[in-house]
Design a protein around this ligand. Structure first.
Ligand code: AP5
Ligand code: MG
Length: 214
């Protein structure tokens, strides 16, 4: 199954992707995680991306498209993949379509997770992220068993640099201006499946499964 998770910052893409990885045994490909890793390593990609990320703006299309072009050739993506946070612009979506056609693949579903803006800000401002496996927690809504470390891999938890309220507002603006048009883009192709992203994490998991398998 080849999936795209679409939704604003804080919608629950990463949270639901971890569940889908376990359920369908296909990899999560998160451009945000790949970029944060590159920033931490101070690689050339990281050095080019950091200022955009810190400002809550999108990284240029050519950089993220080349990340995905490479990542989709890894053997673990041959039986399917979950794209989390890509594509984010119409140009990225067009580039993805070209690369999938060239490799004889298709998108099966585009899951759009819908959450109101006020809740998105509260989620992101309270988020804790694992330095090891990237799993997200929330101080109030999804707390780790132990405040400082990840339940899954015991690595340290931290607050993402771009999770301050002011930066979050810029990310929401970038979403509205550059990413929201993809809802219509994929609806027109008959691929859009909409899921209500408000409610318990488990209930949303169940709605996603019924959309994918129903
Ligand atoms: P990226 O890492 O993709 O961030 P994002 O899209 O802004 O999304 P988030 O990771 O913030 O939210 P999420 O939907 O994954 O929510 P989560 O599950 O963690 O991108 C970061 C930056 O990288 C971008 O700003 C850009 O600069 C760059 N970038 C990345 N991809 C790019 C691209 N393709 N093109 C250009 N630039 C790109 O949940 C959030 C919180 O809510 C957590 O605390 C979680 O525990 C909690 N939560 C989840 N579900 C629920 C629920 N049902 N109820 C209550 N709380 C919940
Ligand atoms: Mg995420």
């Amino acid at each position: 199954m080849n999936l795209i998770l679409l939704g604003p910052p804080g919608a629950g893409k990463g949270t639901q992707a971890k569940f889908l990885v376990d359920k369908y045994k296909i990899p999560q490909i998160s451009t945000g995680d790949i970029l944060r890793h590159a920033v931490k390593e101070r690689s050339e990609l990281g050095l080019r991306a950091q200022a955009f990320m810190d400002a809550g703006a999108l990284v240029p299309d050519d950089l993220v498209v080349s990340i995905i072009r490479d990542r989709l050739t890894w053997p673990d993506a041959s039986a399917g993949f979950i794209l989390d946070g890509f594509p984010r612009t119409v140009a990225q979506a067009d580039a993805l379509a070209v690369m999938l056609t060239a490799s004889g693949k298709d998108i099966d579903h585009v899951l759009s997770i819908v959450v109101a803006e006020d809740e998105l800000v509260e989620r992101v401002v309270g988020r804790l992220t694992c330095k090891g496996c990237g799993r997200g927690y929330h101080r109030k809504f999804d707390p780790p068993k132990n405040d400082a470390v990840c339940d899954a891999c015991s690595a340290e938890l931290y607050q993402r640099e771009d999770d301050r309220e002011e930066t979050m507002r810029s990310r929401l603006q970038a979403y509205a201006a550059q990413t929201a048009p993809l809802v219509e883009y994929y609806a027109a192709k008959g691929l859009l499946r909409t899921v209500n992203g408000i409610g318990s994490i488990q209930n949303i998991q169940a709605s996603i499964v019924s959309v994918l398998e129903g």
